[in-house]
Design a protein around this ligand. Structure first.
Ligand code: B3K
Ligand code: ZN
Length: 888
C-alpha cells in the first residue's frame, strides 16, 4: 500500500526559534463540550536566530480559529493561512502583539493531550506537544514565556479553577459564572502549562521553606477520596525538605497544588506549581493500596516535585535533551526513596527494573541513545532508556565525582542555567568543571545506544600472589548505529578470601595496600588488564559491585562460587545478584532438560537464606533474594525464548522450594505475622514482602492447611498487600488443590471494591495475569464487562497491558490468539488514544526473540497493523521500526 511516511525529526537539524514569546495572557471560557480560548501573545524576533521568510509559524492542532488580530487589527484571511497543524501569519513585524480566539472541544478529546475531560472535571496534559491543542503557539521547550491565565466557568460545576503559578484573584460575574486569575512569575515552556476545573475537595497542609516562607500545599481530589491523600502529602513534604537539604533547592511559588485525575496517559506531570497526577500515584489507604503502591506514590510525588528545579526552572532546549530533566530527576527520586527506606533494597528494585525494561529496549528495534538522534513521534521516547538508563548515566557521574564535588557540580548547574532551556552537554560540562575531571569519553554514554557487555577472565599466579583480571567491553550494534566505541565505565570490584572476607585490592606497582574493600576501576579501552598483588591464594572476584554501571557482566562463575558470594559478599547488591545468577542458571538448565531434578545444593542455599530471617535481618532484602527471576527476564537470557519451557521450569522450581522447605517457610509465616496495628515502616513492609514470598512458595505445593491460611489472610482483609498476595495465590492455584476458592475470592473482591476504580484495576489485572489455560477467553469476556472501557488508560493497562506484558505464557500461546487479540485492541485504540495504543505494542516489538512459528505470527500482526490507513504517527513509528523498515 502506498503511504506518505511521516517526517523524521533530527537533532542535527536543531535551529533556535525565529520568534520568542515573552508574555502570554490567556482567557478560557471553560465548558466540557466547548471551550473558547483567547490568547494575547507578545512576540518578537529572536536576535539569536536566522531570519526566515518573514512569516510567523504557530503550532496548532484540532483548533477552530475564530479570529486573529495583529496589534489590534483583525487580520483578513489573505494575511494568514490555516494549515492542519499550524497557523501561518504572513509578513509580520519584528515585535508585535498577536491575539487569537479559538474553540476547542474537550469532551471529544480521547487522546488525553491538551484540554480534556476526566470524570466531571476538565484538565490538561501538555508535555510533550499538547499545548498546540489548546491554542496557537510556538510549542517547543526553548520558547519560555511568562503566562497569566483567567479561567471563567460555571461556578456550580467548576467551583475549583486552577492554573500555574500564584492565584491573583477571583470574582463572580453577573451571569453567575466565576473567574479565577492566575499568574506565573517564572517564564516557562508551553509544555508545563496546566489548567484544572472541577468540583474538587482539597486536602491541605503547609510547608515552611529553608528561608522561612510558608507555602500552602493542596491535594485536590474528587470529594470521596479525601481520606486517601495522607501518604502523598507526607511524601511531598519529605521531598521538599530533602531537596533543600541535599541540593539546596527551595520551592519558589506562593502555593503548591496537586490534582489527582482518573484518566491519565502516564504517571504524573510536573506542570509549574500545579502537578497533575494519575490518581494511582496519589490515592492510597492501607486497605486499598499495596506496599508497592505506597512506594510508587512516594517516588512519583517526589519525582514531580523535584522537576520544579530539574525540568522547570532549568528545562530542555529540545526534546532530544529529554533525559536532561528525566534522567537527572529519576536519579534524584531514586536517591530520595533510598533515603526514606532501605538503600540496598531500593538499588535492587531499580536494577531489576532496568534489566527488565531498559536492557530489552536497548537490544530491540526501538533502541536509541539516552540522547536520541531522531524521532518521528516524541511521545514514543519517554522510555526506560531516557529515564532509567539516563538516571544511571547521572549516577555514574555522581559516583565519579563523589558527593562533595557532585554537589558543587549541581550547584553550578542550577546557578548557571536557571531560567534557561539547555542540553545534556551543558549538564556534563558543569560536572566536568566542578569535578575537575575530563568527561570527554564519558559523553559517549549519551550518544551511543546498546548495553555494553563486559567479558571478564582471570588468572592467578600462586608463586607471585598476583591475580590478573582481564575485561573486554563491547556494545552490540543497534539500529542505525553499527560502530560502537569503548565507553568509560566505572567498574567496582572486590576480592574475597576463602572465608568470605574482603581482601585489600592492591594494584601492581602500588607500594601500600589499601584497606580491604571495594575498589573502583576505570575502564576506558576495549580491553583492560588489571593485576592485583599481595594475595596468598586465588580470590573470588565480586564484580560490578552496587551495579556501578548499566552493563552486562560475564564471568564464568562456578555454582559454588555463586553460592559463596550469595552467602558472604560484603556488597548487598552482589549478594542478591549472585542469588539471581544462580537461579537463572538453574532455571535455564531446567528449561533445557525437563526431567532434571532440582539439585539439593540449590534448595540448601535457599534454606540457608531463609535461616537468616531473624530479629536483626533485613526482611525486605531477604524477600528480594527469595524472588525468582521473572519469566520475561529468563526469556531475555535465552537465544530463542522458550515460552512454555520457562513457565514449566519456574513452576517446577517454585514447587520444589515450597515442598522441600515447607517447615522453614512456615517458620517465616509464624515469625512475620502481621501485627494488629498496621504499619508502613520499611521494616513492616519488609516483613509483609517476606511473608508473602513464603506464602507464594507454600501455595505452589498446597496442603489444605496452607490453603486455609491463604484464604484466611484474604478474608481477614487486614491490608491490600496481604489481600492481593493471597488472592493471587488462590487465583493461580490449581482448582484441584483449592476447589473454587479462587473464583469465590474474585467474586468477593469484586463485590467489595466494584466502586473503587484503582482497586478494581487490580481485579482486572490479576485475571489477565493468571496462568490458567482459559485466561485469554476470560480477558476477552472482561472486555465486555460493564466496568471495562477503552477510554481509561489505567483500565486498558490493567486488562490488556497486564495480559500482553505480564503474562508471557498465555500471550505467546503458539496458536497466535494472543497476538491477534492485542493487534485488534491496538487498532481499536489508535484512533482514540495513540499514545496508549503505541505503548501496547511493546511486547510485539520483540518478535525476533521467538521461534519461527511465533515470529511469523507476530510479524503478520505487525504487518496487518501497518496496512491500516490513517494510523497515528505513534503506532506507525513503532511498527515500522519493529519490522526493520528504514526511516529517514
Ligand atoms: N514529564 C512527564 C511525562 C510526560 C509524558 C508525555 N508523553 C512525567 C514525568 O516524567 O515526570
Ligand atoms: Zn519526569
Amino acid at each position: 500500500m502506498y503511504r506518505t511516511t511521516p517526517p523524521v525529526i533530527h537533532l542535527k537539524d536543531y535551529r533556535p526559534p525565529e520568534f520568542l514569546i515573552d508574555r502570554a495572557a490567556l482567557h478560557f471560557d471553560l465548558g466540557l463540550e466547548e471551550t473558547a480560548v483567547h490568547a494575547e501573545l507578545d512576540l518578537r524576533r529572536n536576535p539569536a536566530a536566522k531570519r526566515g521568510d518573514g512569516d510567523l509559524y504557530l503550532d496548532g492542532e484540532h483548533l477552530e480559529l475564530l479570529e486573529v488580530a495583529l496589534d489590534d487589527r483583525t487580520l483578513p484571511p489573505a494575511e494568514y493561512e490555516i494549515r492542519e497543524d499550524a497557523l501561518v501569519v504572513h509578513r509580520v513585524p519584528d515585535r508585535f502583539r498577536l491575539r487569537t480566539r479559538v474553540l476547542i472541544r474537550p469532551a471529544d478529546n480521547t487522546a488525553l493531550e491538551g484540554l480534556y475531560v476526566s470524570g466531571d472535571m476538565l484538565c490538561t496534559q501538555c508535555e510533550a506537544e499538547g499545548f498546540r491543542r489548546i491554542t496557537y503557539f510556538i510549542d517547543r521547550p526553548d520558547v519560555m514565556t511568562r503566562f497569566s491565565v483567567a479561567l471563567a466557568a460555571d461556578a456550580e460545576r467548576f467551583p475549583v479553577l486552577l492554573a500555574n503559578g500564584n492565584p491573583v484573584g477571583e470574582e463572580t460575574l453577573e451571569d453567575g459564572r466565576k473567574v479565577a486569575r492566575w499568574d506565573d512569575p517564572f517564564p516557562k515552556p508551553s509544555y508545563l502549562f496546566a489548567v484544572v476545573a472541577g468540583d474538587l475537595a482539597a486536602v491541605s497542609d503547609r510547608f515552611t521553606t529553608l528561608s522561612g516562607r510558608e507555602v500552602p500545599l493542596n491535594i485536590y481530589v474528587e470529594p470521596e477520596n479525601t481520606d486517601k491523600c495522607d501518604h502523598a502529602m507526607r511524601s511531598l513534604k519529605a521531598a521538599m525538605r530533602w531537596d533543600e537539604e541535599r541540593y539546596g533547592r527551595e520551592y519558589d511559588l506562593d502555593v503548591f497544588n496537586i490534582v489527582a485525575v482518573s484518566h491519565f496517559n502516564m504517571g504524573a506531570m510536573e506542570n509549574k506549581g500545579l502537578n497533575v497526577f494519575n490518581a494511582k500515584y496519589i490515592l492510597a489507604r492501607p486497605d486499598t493500596a499495596t506496599d508497592m503502591d505506597f512506594a510508587g506514590i512516594e517516588g512519583v510525588v517526589a519525582h514531580e516535585y523535584f522537576h520544579n528545579w530539574t525540568g522547570n526552572r532549568i528545562t530542555c532546549r529540545d526534546w532530544f535533551q529529554l533525559s536532561l530533566k528525566e534522567g537527572f530527576t529519576v536519579y534524584r527520586d531514586q536517591e530520595f526513596s533510598a533515603d526514606q527506606s532501605s538503600r540496598g533494597v531500593k538499588r535492587i528494585e531499580d536494577v531489576r527494573m532496568l534489566r527488565a525494561r531498559q536492557f530489552p529496549e536497548d537490544a530491540g528495534p526501538m533502541a536509541h541513545p539516552v540522547r536520541p538522534d531522531s524521532y518521528i513521534e516524541i511521545n514514543n521516547f519517554y522510555t526506560a532508556t531516557v529515564y532509567e538508563k539516563g538516571a544511571e548515566v547521572v549516577r555514574m557521574q555522581a559516583n565519579l565525582l563523589g558527593p562533595e564535588r557532585f554537589r558543587k557540580g549541581t550547584d553550578l548547574y542550577f546557578e548557571r542555567f536557571d531560567g534557561q532551556a539547555v542540553t545534556t552537554e551543558d549538564f556534563v560540562r558543569c560536572m566536568e568543571e566542578a569535578g575537575d575531571i575530563d568527561l570527554s569519553q564519558f559523553r559517549r554514554w549519551y550518544a551511543q545506544a546498546g548495553t555494553p557487555v563486559l567479558e571478564c577472565a582471570d588468572s592467578f599466579d600462586a608463586h607471585t600472589g598476583a591475580y590478573t583480571l582481564e575485561i573486554r567491553q563491547h556494545t552490540p550494534t543497534t539500529p542505525g548505529q553499527s560502530t560502537k566505541l569503548p565507553l568509560q565505565i566505572p567498574f567496582a570490584v572486590g576480592l574475597l578470601d576463602a572465608a568470605g572476607a574482603d581482601l585489600p585490592v592492591q594494584l601492581d606497582g602500588e607500594t601500600e595496600a589499601p584497606a580491604p574493600g571495594t575498589r573502583m576501576l576505570a575502564l576506558r579501552e576495549a580491553v583492560e588488564r588489571f593485576t592485583f598483588v599481595g594475595l596468598d591464594a586465588e580470590p573470588v572476584p565480586s564484580l560490578l559491585r552496587g551495579f556501578s554501571a548499566p552493563v552486562i557482566v560475564r564471568y564464568p562463575y562456578t555454582d559454588a562460587q555463586l553460592t559463596f558470594l550469595m552467602a558472604h559478599d560484603s556488597d548487598g547488591f552482589n549478594r542478591w545478584d549472585a542469588a539471581q545468577s544462580l537461579s537463572v542458571r538453574l532455571l535455564l538448565e531446567l528449561v533445557a532438560e525437563s526431567d532434571k531434578p532440582v539439585p539439593e545444593a540449590y534448595i540448601e542455599a535457599v534454606g540457608r537464606a531463609l535461616k537468616q530471617d531473624d530479629a536483626d535481618a533485613d526482611q525486605a532484602l531477604l524477600a528480594e533474594v527469595l524472588t525468582l527471576p521473572s519469566e520475561s527476564y529468563l526469556g531475555d537470557q535465552m537465544t530463542v525464548v522458550d515460552v512454555d519451557g520457562i513457565h514449566r521450569a519456574r513452576e517446577q522450581l517454585a514447587a520444589a522450594i515450597g515442598e522441600q522447605l515447607r517447615d522453614a517457610l512456615l517458620g517465616v509465616l509464624e515469625r512475620n505475622q502481621e501485627p494488629v496495628e498496621y504499619d508502613l515502616s520499611p521494616a513492616a513492609m519488609g516483613r509483609r514482602a517476606l511473608r508473602n514470598a513464603a506464602l507464594g512458595y507454600l501455595m505452589r505445593a498446597p496442603t489444605p492447611d496452607i490453603v486455609e491460611r491463604c484464604r484466611a489472610q484474604f478474608e481477614a482483609g487486614h491490608n491490600m498487600t496481604d489481600v492481593i498476595a493471597a488472592l493471587r495465590c488462590l487465583v493461580d492455584a490449581d482448582p484441584e488443590h483449592v476447589g473454587d476458592a479462587g473464583e469465590q475470592a474474585l467474586t468477593a473482591f469484586y463485590q467489595r471494591w466494584a466502586e473503587d476504580p484503582l482497586v478494581l484495576d487490580k481485579w482486572f489485572g490479576l485475571q489477565a495475569q493468571s496462568s490458567r489455560p482459559d485466561t485469554l477467553e476470560r480477558v476477552e469476556g472482561l472486555l465486555e464487562h460493564p466496568k471495562f472501557t477503552l477510554t481509561n488508560p489505567n483500565r486498558v493497562r490493567a486488562l490488556i497491558g497486564a495480559f500482553a506484558v505480564g503474562n508471557p505464557l498465555r500471550f505467546h500461546a503458539v496458536d497466535g490468539a494472543g497476538y491477534r487479540f492485542l493487534a485488534d485492541r491496538i487498532l481499536e485504540l489508535d484512533p482514540l488514544n495513540p499514545q496508549i495504543a503505541s505503548r501496547l505494542l511493546y511486547p510485539m516489538t520483540r518478535w525476533r526473540r521467538y521461534d519461527e512459528i511465533r515470529q511469523a505470527l507476530i510479524r503478520a500482526q505487525l504487518e496487518r497493523i501497518l496496512e491500516v490507513e490513517g494510523l497515528s504517527n505513534d503506532v506507525y513509528e513503532v511498527v515500522s521500526k519493529s519490522l526493520g523498515q528504514e526511516q529517514d
